[in-house]
Design a protein around this ligand. Sequence first.
Ligand code: AMP
Ligand code: MG
Length: 405
Amino acid sequence: MLTYNEAIKILLQKISPLTAVEAPLSETLGCVLAEPVASRWDLPPADNSAMDGYAFAFAGQMEGDTLPVTGFIPAGSSFEGKLTVGQAVKIMTGAPLPSACDTVVPIEDVVESGGKIRLTRTPTAEQHVRHRGEEVGKGEKLLDTGTVIHSGEMGLLAAAGAERVRVFPKPRVALLSTGDELVELGTAPGPGQIVNSNFYMLSARLREEGCTVIPLGIAPDNERELSQRIAEGLKADMLITTGGVSVGDRDYVQDTLRTHGFEIGFWRVAIKPGKPVLFGTAQGTPVLGLPGNPAASAATFELFVRPALRRMTGHSDTLPSRLRVTLATAVSSDDKRQSFLWGALREEAGEYIFMPSERQGSGQTRSIQGSMALLPVPPASDGYPAGSEVEVLLLRLPPGASGPA
Ligand code: AMP
Ligand code: MG
């Protein structure tokens, strides 16, 4: 059976970034730039004041000197008058500096009366002036291919006039739950039935990645119905199924996929939970068949689906982030498979403590609740004693954490 490292290598080899699209800037939050962006103009566009204050030409003025004030320049307007050396003009933050001026004193550093200011502090030449093009010049590269558009990049791109940008789009992901035992939330489960909770858990994870979820509902365990839904799902950028990929009598997902031209990447990986996970492509669409057990579904999402999505969206770092932590309680190893243990994190004296969840059963919906990280434990080892320094795969930090975000 493949190891996780072998399997993820296959997956990342078979998946490539989606075709880049040009989109309005406002729709690109969280997207990765598919080409460099140059500024349409100088930033700032003109020399301007960094403070609310008074502008003048520096000529060695000192504390105690007075200057007559000959005009006022609010932000958004410019000074049309004439200014001679020794005169000042009142200026607001961001207003363009008159060409005759090179220095600004803030309001806090003067006393104004009778149309004059008296300096209460000796200024230095060119203080509090933002120079034209000091952030970026017109036509100069502002951001490179591969940059993720977070809020800061969004503001910068807008300031530089990038109305539309070329990005890797967020995937449309079809989500199909399989199993005769499933009912939708809203229908009280009858004997032998359970709610299709994987749909909620997985679509939440997909939305975290900015994906559009295409819900395909529940397919019963029969090949004809499965086949119809799979055909629908293969129109998306990725198809995720849950359930029906193990070795049970009614596990039809793989056989049905084959009738749609499925090329297998791998089936079954030596991990716990999540061993039955299935990956391949059909008609050019990546397909991930996740096990039905909730904790196995969630773990295989983190271990395979999220990296696949990051690859499709052009991220260079596709694998989960790692964090060094101290283990709160001892953990044991599985004889054959690499374990991934769910757990919460807490920060204590500048260190992260990982507290493995008491429930690790793949069938337990509660194993995942509250978990912030997964701890990989090598197979056939001694596990780790309490207090060990280990590396976890980070899903999210605890509230108020001061560590890496
Ligand atoms: P399977 O992988 O189809 O053998 O399913 C294994 C077990 O996972 C089932 O017996 C259910 O208890 C559970 N399961 C399957 N699909 C879902 C789902 N969509 N939501 C919640 N639990 C599920
Ligand atoms: Mg099933």
